[in-house]
Design a protein around this ligand. Sequence first.
Ligand SMILES: *Cc1c(COP(=O)(O)O)cnc(C)c1O
Length: 412
Amino acid sequence: MMKIKKGIPLIDQYDKNFMWGGKFGGNFVPETLKKPIDDLNRLFEKLRKNKSFIKERDYYFKNYVGAPTPFIKLQNLTNYLGGAQIWAKVVSENPGTAHKVYNVLVHCLMAKYAGKKSVCTDTGAGMNGKNTAMVGKMLGLKVKIFMGLVDIKRQKKNVDVMKKYGAEVIPVTTGSQTLVDAVSECMRYFVANCDSTHLVVGSAVGPAVWIRICAWSASQISRELLVQIKDEFGKIPRKLKLLNCIGGGSSALGFWNEFIDYDKKQVELIGVEAGGSKKSKKHAAPLTNGSKIGILHGSAQYVIQDKDGQIGETESISAGLDYPGVSAIHCFLKDAKRARYTSATDEEALNAYKLVTKFENISPSLEPCHAFAECIKIAPKLSKDTVLCINSCGSSLKDADIIKSKLGYYTE
Ligand SMILES: *Cc1c(COP(=O)(O)O)cnc(C)c1O
């Protein structure tokens, strides 16, 4: 079994091949990407120790993102389910309305420190694109966003917002014309333009250094949560469970980071993948549906594949979880048995949306509704001194159309 070292950040627990547990991550990239990767590694190692960089990062986290985001008790839902106490960290309460803003902010600041005037990025549902366009505009950077043509059509509202912020949206017409292809295309563009452009990868995926930067940036969430939990309970509760949906997995890594070293009997980490549609049997759950290790976007990971080893088709009601791979660090946490992974179907996520919005004044997007679905399953069976905390990492506003078409209503 793989082993996690205590006292060392997860992002630093890689070997000489930049792999976690000897199996996951790495840099499976063309020769032309090796130097830009080395440069970015050096820049990251320098900046994470640079006091003025950290000060600037924290300035934006506080004054622009609005840190700390709220930590609230869902008392009505708790009463209704009749077991564990249910709490939410409402990360979506920030101008970018999702956790992506942390990674984007750090990358854009890094670009500035490196003297680069433009950034490129990929987007699927458009949340990463929107955040990069927004932060890029604030920091005076030129922003190029690669997006599959299929996604451009179904996420038109987000595309309009990206353009409003002055970003250039480049349609990707290869492959399935969705996020997987957008990431590939964006990486190709970066290889050819890396002297002037900085690459923002939208989750904790890609070659190792992007995984590390993304997880490091998102860990702001758990730094806040640790303080909020200690304020509320006076200490870390004896039975705490942290539930998070898993797409690429950056929001979960950010939500869990400060809690990794606690005993798993005290702090259980639960990741919920997209179980997809019961009808089509397609899903986006490589960790829970027995996927094999493969290489995707420069990194070894559990990845959904067809019988020939080609990247398999995925399906999920939540665009943000609809990715065939998953962060190498989650693969490591799974094999080390530090986190437990499970999945929720489209239907379960929708039912969770119904229940949460019926009882509470928060309106989570369909991604965190996957985590709420697991909470709804387990809470009634747990004791009242168990604390369940869900990362409500997105707002339902972006899902208004799909929720309305499925449930027949949507109210803000
Ligand atoms: C992108 C996105 C996700 C998936 O995030 P990962 O960090 O890649 O797991 C989940 N929820 C929302 C709201 C998103 O925008």
